[in-house]
Design a protein. Sequence first.
Lengths: 386, 386
Amino acid sequence: MSVTAPLGFRAAGVNAGLKPNGARDVAAVINDGPSRSAAAVFTRNRVKAAPVLWSEQVAKGGQVRAIILNSGGANACTGAPGFQDTHTTAERAGAALDDSPGEVLVCSTGLIGERLAMPELLAGVDNAVAAAARDGGLDAADAIRTTDSVAKIAFRRSTAGSGYTVGAMAKGAGMLAPSLATMLSVVTTDAELTPEQCDRALRAATGRTFDRVDADGCLSTNDTVALMSSGASGTAPDEEEFTALLTEVCGDLARQLIADAEGASKSIAIEVVGAASEDDAVTAARAVARSALFKCAIYGQDPNWGRVLAAVGTTDATFQPDELNVAINGVWVCRRGALGDDRSKADLGAREVTVTVDLSAGSAAATVWTTDLTVEYVHENSAYSS
Amino acid sequence: MSVTAPLGFRAAGVNAGLKPNGARDVAAVINDGPSRSAAAVFTRNRVKAAPVLWSEQVAKGGQVRAIILNSGGANACTGAPGFQDTHTTAERAGAALDDSPGEVLVCSTGLIGERLAMPELLAGVDNAVAAAARDGGLDAADAIRTTDSVAKIAFRRSTAGSGYTVGAMAKGAGMLAPSLATMLSVVTTDAELTPEQCDRALRAATGRTFDRVDADGCLSTNDTVALMSSGASGTAPDEEEFTALLTEVCGDLARQLIADAEGASKSIAIEVVGAASEDDAVTAARAVARSALFKCAIYGQDPNWGRVLAAVGTTDATFQPDELNVAINGVWVCRRGALGDDRSKADLGAREVTVTVDLSAGSAAATVWTTDLTVEYVHENSAYSS
């Protein structure tokens, strides 16, 4: 189903020859309307790939006819010629669709610092646009994989009004070698929305989902999440209800990314509760998620709460050190900043691990998802480009 | 030589039975004066071990008669009983020296979340104070080792006035399993200094040395660097000259820590030049030093400049992405934010690696020292406490 679950969308994934293994590497997602309201959010890295610089400008217009995505090359750190390559890609898609290149988003993922093979890519754009069909969602999701072991897709239905659908695909996330852990996602809906509604809903949804996946703390040069709405369902949803549904879809994809993170043996939810504010909760959770020592301990199935405290202690969140409590898989191994229940009761054998930190400073909470730091992670990220 | 190189100091390192392997685990460094001006800097982690909480108060007085250090237990996250243990340790040393416990610094390193074996420790304090001698510097440096493969010592002589000496010992640093990478250092001098001079000089020296060693980004609960001056040389040095000499000693030790970091195969200097300010240079260098992807690449001897740019791009330092240049071991593999010279010329075979980042935004510079992220690091930090 993927991005073609909602009415009004066609998609395709084709093999253009960018990947050495002959797998699909170019995807197109086309919005046939009647509306083409859209929004997108991008990496906060100041070193932005050419497709991000291009797509930021397109997204400002609030109207998107199509998205072209390629794996097999990130087109990052490629200077003015790289930007021209992105521009040419959008023009080729615009020509194939007889539409404006200024309403074509472009996303790329793969190695950085190398130019794309443009003749192959442009032929792939032609083929993808020509092949785009109502049943092409899975092929598109397949074409944006790098080392993702499975395509990531999600969809949700709402019965509001005459009903509407949200569909989505994604690839990547930290720890997904190769490249810089680029995360790309395209979300489609046949709900009737204004560009402003798309923008608000997408920022709210990604802020609580993709933004809280923190596998290795590295921000990619290419991260992009785009939302396109066709209006083809005829339903203009309540914005709050739509945002909730969109957040569900994005959260579903975010968890799929963590579950498939290569080089990881654990999916770890860092829940911070008892925080003075949601920002404090996110700050504390992120500090734990970024502690190399903590992530190694979980890999070793070691319920090392001291490393959790030490990570929280680096933040400016409101708390008193002697009021911190930590549970690992439900066992409160640290109470009031010191030794708590028997740590041997905290079984870390399963892939899913939950670490709960109680700041004892309020009632706000947040969860950040991460992975462990493993020997396999080091292997995969130490040699891929050699 | 170590901490007993300067006149006026005695030291010892004894085996008190805190370490299971029977190695030395309690050290004493005693200042016999005539002066006892001192200063200390501590971890910025808000979760502070009991000895840090105690020693912060002692250091405020500016007078230190002795330092007691133990390996074999960090006495961190041990609550009020742990603080009482530190207090008792200082009282025992004070009694053995017939001096004030309020002028005894205490440092601990080892596992956190566990109480110290107090009968053994207190007997060790008695023995260390009794054994302290002018030739005990090396034994003291040996006693504070955890998994350091060698004791770290340094000293420098000045010919100013009638001459004076700075001696020092250190242990630990990020990536030194076990525990939270605690870094302890004691620096002694027979120069005549006021407590205020000690404090200013120590903060300046550590700010450019120990503070710029960033092995795994994890702040310990126990980090302590103390400076004690006996005045026994009779030389009251120029403060600027003394600070420069102290900075040399601390820099020497900092590089020894990186060179001995267990689980590391590379010692990496991240030099940022062309920065608008020294703060910008440190911020950018630290971001690179903390990038797991960059550190894995260096482990794999992969001159992956894209990961350097992506790390710099996460900072708020002043720069334009298309004006960044990166050299790896002197080869400018990235020029103006894009592909530069042939990366195959950047030989990463040796342990020492230098990464130079030119922000093209000014004339300030700074260097941060780090290590690579290795399979051995993950091994050592995933299983030690199980």
